[in-house]
Design a protein around this ligand. Structure first.
Ligand SMILES: Nc1nc2c(c(=O)[nH]1)N[C@H]1C(S)=C(S)[C@@H](COP(=O)(O)O)O[C@H]1N2
Ligand SMILES: [Mo]
Length: 314
């Protein structure tokens, strides 16, 4: 069943004085970007990683927790295609070529095809959303993402009534992604969402953070952000989107089916088989804090799981 509810993008009318971080000053320059128009991702102006994104609007999707430092967000990563240590992706991901980039759209939809990144996202406005990221390994961050909500992008391809799920794949290229030369996971990395989860207002395609293009280690040039689920659902460097009738396989479920389910909602009540999920360490802080149900997004997403056994469907 396809939920056709339009996405309600609420914009804050006032630009407040958030001067506490230099990195955030891009908001003041976004008017300049707007003159150039478009998404600020034009292939005509290839930009180095870290290039400022133009034409970004502020959204009301934000948590007021203190932002995690840019340095932490970009040097403490999980991206097994570049190694399994937290510091590996920042060191090794320079080999990934993100321009040009295209995505294959297939399956139960009326407009399948190959789309350049820019066409894939257009004509949607880039917006900033400040979301919590909660890793299953019990750490968390607060990240100012730049991107586009999933719903208007996916609706463009006109999913049919058979589209019950959406499946995503990361690039497979062991030369660019040397971690794929070892069988630490089955490659390529795959993830999926139920269609109503994908169409939920919180689901987001990120192309940047802190107002700049995504660094490779964070999943350039386009990655998923599903803020109420454990971080591993937020698949990086996406090259394919497929609308499916049945539940798609997911990398961590394939690797360790006893530990990782399809839904993977952040849930302090459901222990990981090897550790409790009740607490988390915010990167940059000393003491652990309690983990919130659905990572604090209960109000927006709890209704998606009414009647489901959240232990069985962990
Ligand atoms: N392709 C791919 N996507 C991935 C991963 C990965 O190893 N490969 N790791 C996941 C995990 S476990 C987490 S916690 C987040 C981390 O995102 P970040 O490095 O931007 O914080 O990316 C997710 N997406
Ligand atoms: Mo994770």
């Amino acid at each position: 069943m396809l939920i056709k509810r339009p996405v309600d993008i609420k914009l804050s009318e006032v630009t407040d004085q958030r001067t506490y971080l230099d990195r955030r000053k891009f908001l003041a320059t976004s008017a300049l970007g707007a003159i150039a128009g478009g998404l600020g991702l034009t292939a005509a102006q290839p930009a180095a990683a870290g290039a400022k994104l133009g034409n970004v609007i502020e959204s009301s999707y934000r948590v007021d927790d203190e932002l995690t430092d840019y340095g932490d967000i970009t040097s403490y990563n999980n991206f097994y295609e570049f190694g399994t240590n937290k510091t590996d992706p920042a060191r090794n991901s320079h080999t990934l070529v993100t321009k040009p980039w295209s995505l294959a759209v297939s399956g139960a939809c009326e407009s399948p095809g190959n789309y350049d990144l820019e066409d894939f996202l257009s004509p949607n406005q880039l917006e900033e959303r400040i979301y919590r990221l909660r890793c299953v390994e019990r750490w968390s961050m607060i990240i100012p993402w730049v991107g586009v909500p999933l719903a208007p992008v996916l609706q463009k391809f006109k999913p049919t009534s058979n589209a019950k799920y959406v499946a995503f794949k990361t690039l497979f290229d062991p030369e660019q992604m040397p971690g794929q030369q070892r069988a630490v996971l089955r490659w390529p990395y795959v993830e999926g969402l139920r269609i109503d989860e994908a169409m939920n207002e919180l689901s987001f395609f990120a192309v940047g953070l802190y107002g700049e293009e995504l660094p490779n280690q964070n999943g350039a040039p386009i990655r998923l952000v599903v803020p109420w689920k454990y971080g591993y659902k937020s698949i990086k460097s996406i090259v394919s989107v497929e609308f499916t009738e049945t539940e798609p396989p997911t990398s961590w479920n394939i690797a360790l089916p006893n530990e990782y389910g399809f839904y993977s909602n952040v849930n302090p009540e459901v222990d990981h088989p090897r550790w409790s999920q009740r607490k988390e360490r915010r990167i940059g802080e000393l003491f652990r804090r309690p983990t919130l149900m659905f990572n604090g997004y209960e109000e927006q997403v709890a209704h998606l799981y009414t009647g489901m056994d959240l232990v069985k469907n962990h």
